[in-house]
Design a protein around this ligand. Structure first.
Ligand SMILES: *Cc1c(COP(=O)(O)O)cnc(C)c1O
Length: 452
């Protein structure tokens, strides 16, 4: 053993010194002891060099990073509005308040007028009917489980017809052929990658056909020699034969964003109007909590609700509280666009973004503003290019500064440019600009070298 290693303090001595200095107050003693042990292991591995900032400061830093929550708030300066890794849709203020109120005992499954058991679905049922025009609705854990539930309830033991152009993968290994297999329904592929006609579906009908599945290609675009069969034509052709059409529209668009230059995503209302069973996410364009929503004719929704799998994928009180509050905001479209963060960020005008970027740049020495592009994210509007104004912070190594920003408190997620870190203000609130500027200052400051 080298002399330097021999001179390392003992764990108990370091802990005693830390406790005498009041370090670790509020944290369990085991956390302090384990932090001290980790620090000494790291110091030994580094050849016994004591930390530049001193033992106590290094221990304090280790303890703090150990004790901070793993699931933490971040400042999203990436400009990706529906950033799946950052929790997709940030909730509206009203939804946050509703969640806080529902955390204790709540009326989750309690019918106040009867004083007896009620349905957890009742809180959002009428709101969903009003927002989508559908007769009935069911909320589950997420859209992937909603598709699985629909296929299980309607088509297990039989066949499901799907266009070859819609056998897609959507994020996190959600693959249509795999979901079908799990549901116990046999996949019958029709058409080709680029073209599927109504006649292709009709020719595939047989005694074992239970369902037709149509999937919105949400995370990519096809162009050129392409043809697909609309959900309206499918429902019309299948309705007379008693074959339900399940339409997975993905992003849950409840309001037409065409006036803001965003088109191409299916509106839930249009799909539901055809009589299809429409499936969508609540935490994409809808702007609510993670959930999957199914709307459609009563007879079909009832079959899903009665399936044993429904119990396995049911939503909790936190989800339902947030969803109810979010859906209430949709009763007035102007309110929805202002109060639902996803819609607000997607529809912020160029002049506002430019002003916000300039305000942020003024707080960061050397920063400039430059035109750029934000993304919708979440697989929605894959072709959309949202013009924005970026704040460019010149740094010697963008990757090093980005890493320091990620590790900071609170973490800031930004983008790399050439010799600069780029901050997109579309996904930042005005009230967050000061925090971002402070975080950038800390990330640019020379590292004090507190670790051994
Ligand atoms: C996002 C998406 C899903 C999965 O939704 P989750 O709510 O994340 O489970 C399924 N289908 C389509 C078309 C999607 O865009």
């Amino acid at each position: 053993m080298s002399d330097a290693r021999r001179r390392l303090p003992a764990v108990h001595a370091l802990v005693a010194e830390a406790e005498a200095a009041g370090l670790g107050d509020g944290a369990p003693r085991t956390a302090l002891v384990e932090s001290a042990r980790d620090l000494l292991v790291a110091a030994r591995a580094a050849g016994g060099t004591p930390p530049a900032s001193g033992w106590l400061a290094a221990l304090a830093e280790r303890l703090a990073s150990r004790e901070r929550p793993s699931l933490a708030r971040v400042l999203n300066a990436s400009g990706v509005v529906l950033h799946t890794n950052l929790g997709r849709a940030p909730l509206a203020e009203a939804a946050r308040r509703a969640v806080a109120d529902a955390l204790g005992y709540s009326t989750l499954e309690y019918d106040r007028s009867a004083g007896s058991r009620g349905s957890r679905q009742s809180h959002v049922h009428d709101l969903l009917a009003r927002c989508t025009g559908a007769a009935d609705a069911l909320v589950v854990n997420n859209a992937a489980s909603a598709v699985l539930l629909a296929l299980t309830a309607l088509a297990a033991g039989g066949e499901t017809i799907v266009s070859r152009g819609e056998l897609v993968e959507i994020g996190g290994a959600f693959r249509i052929p795999d979901i079908l297999e799990k549901s116990g329904s046999v996949l019958v592929e029709v058409g080709t990658t680029n073209r599927t006609r109504l006649s292709d579906y009709v020719l595939a009908l047989g005694a074992r056909t239970r369902c037709v599945l149509k999937v919105h290609r949400s995370n990519f675009a096809v162009s050129g020699f392409v043809e697909e069969t609309g959900v309206d034509a499918l429902v019309e052709a299948m309705g007379g034969r008693g074959i339900p059409v399940v339409h997975d529209v993905g992003s849950g668009l409840l309001l037409d964003l065409g006036p803001w230059g965003l088109s191409g995503e299916p509106l839930v209302r249009d799909s539901a109007a055809t009589g299809a069973l429409t499936v969508f996410s609540a935490d994409k364009l809808l702007g609510g909590p993670q959930a999957g929503i199914v709307v459609g004719p009563q007879a079909l929704v009832a079959r899903l609700a009665a399936d044993p799998l429904a119990r396995a994928v049911r939503p909790d009180k936190i989800t339902l509280a947030a969803l109810e509050a979010t859906l209430r905001l949709y009763r007035d479209p102007a309110t929805a666009v202002q109060a639902i963060p996803v819609l607000h960020m997607l529809t912020t005008d160029a002049a506002t973004l430019k002003r916000r970027a300039r305000r942020l740049a003024r707080r960061i020495p050397g920063a400039t503003t430059t035109p750029g592009v934000s993304a919708v994210g979440g697989g929605a509007f894959p072709d959309a290019e949202l013009a924005t104004t970026l704040v460019a912070v010149p740094v010697p190594s963008p990757d090093t500064t980005l890493a320091a920003l990620r590790q900071g408190e609170p973490p800031v997620i930004a983008r790399a440019g050439a010799d600069a870190v780029l901050l997109d203000v579309r996904t930042l609130a005005d009230a967050e600009l000061r925090e971002v500027a402070d975080a950038v200052a800390r990330a640019r400051a020379p590292k004090k070298g507190t670790e051994p």
